[in-house]
Design a protein around this ligand. Structure first.
Ligand code: GLU
Length: 277
């Protein structure tokens, strides 16, 4: 299938294939209840005929209470143990919520190495295409138990951009705690909302933080901008907004920060080498 180049936010409402990325702090701990409205919005898009792929972090954060951990562990082995425990709880919660709409979830766990290895990559691509063809909603996360510090995606913003390339998504919606990008951390005086990022705009003079405020994930505005640029360069339009705005985002409303996609005649689904950050 050929990717549609979206020229404005409204196009998201009728997009053929959309990737939505949600971070740990939005759907774990006290915010686990946000899974339901998130699933409501994904299901509404699914019902309109859009093929929806969810990239969800939150395995480590969801697993923490089961390991009696009050804070995110620092060592990789305990992070992996927490992720192994938390991932299935997380998928259960999503599936339980999706059941209200009769939608089946498919768990897809990937590593950076998988997306660089041509055989693994094409296997993953074929599996995703089949899942979508079967109207199943793929839920993607990093395969934390086999990823090492050196090759971890860490935050899943970059994974979401690479999955967008893999499936040739028309749009990528990156969700966080903040409604849009700002010219400086949003609580600082003088911070101005950035509504549109034209292709090639290097956002000079803009200061982005790198760590999520909740401390349970690893992403921040900086990783979102890098991921947005990566996806936009390969023809996927990107919208950055808050998890609370997901329904409005998928309905094409005028919210968030929009990254104009490049005009690429053929989607780079076979190789990612030209668009690595
Ligand atoms: N794959 C990780 C998780 O689901 C991503 C979060 C992180 O390491 O920051 O917990």
């Amino acid at each position: 299938m050929t990717r549609i180049r979206l020229t404005s936010r409204e196009g998201i409402a009728t997009a053929r294939r959309v990737v939505v990325k949600v971070g740990s702090s939005s759907i774990s701990g006290d915010n686990a209840g946000q899974i339901e409205p998130l699933v409501d919005a994904l299901s509404a898009a699914h019902a309109r005929g859009t093929e929806v792929i969810l990239v969800s972090s939150g395995a480590i954060a969801t697993g923490m209470p089961y390991l009696q951990l009050d804070a995110r562990p620092n060592d990789l082995a305990t992070q992996q143990a927490a992720a192994a425990v938390g991932q299935n709880v997380l998928i259960f919660r999503y599936q339980d919520s999706l059941r209200r709409y009769g939608i089946v979830a498919g768990q897809v766990l990937l590593t950076a190495g998988d997306l660089e290895n041509p055989t693994h990559r094409s296997n993953a691509q074929r599996a995703m295409d089949r899942l979508l063809g079967l109207r199943i909603l793929p839920i993607v996360n990093e395969n934390d138990t086999v990823a090492t510090h050196e090759i971890r995606f860490g935050d899943n913003d970059r994974l979401a951009a690479l999955v967008s390339q893999l499936v040739g998504a028309d749009a990528l919606v990156l969700l966080s705690d903040v409604d849009a990008l700002y010219t400086r951390p949003p609580l600082e005086p003088g911070a101005v909302k950035i509504t549109d990022v034209p292709l090639g705009d290097d956002l000079a003079g803009v200061t982005f933080g790198d760590i999520g405020a909740a401390g349970v994930g690893t992403g921040g505005a900086g990783t979102k901008v890098s991921a947005a640029r990566l996806a936009a360069a390969s023809g996927t339009a990107v919208l950055i907004t808050s998890t609370a705005n997901v329904s409005a985002a998928l309905s094409g409303e005028s919210i968030g920060t929009w990254f104009e996609p490049a005009d690429v005649s053929s989607p780079p689904t076979g190789s990612m080498s030209a668009v690595r950050p």
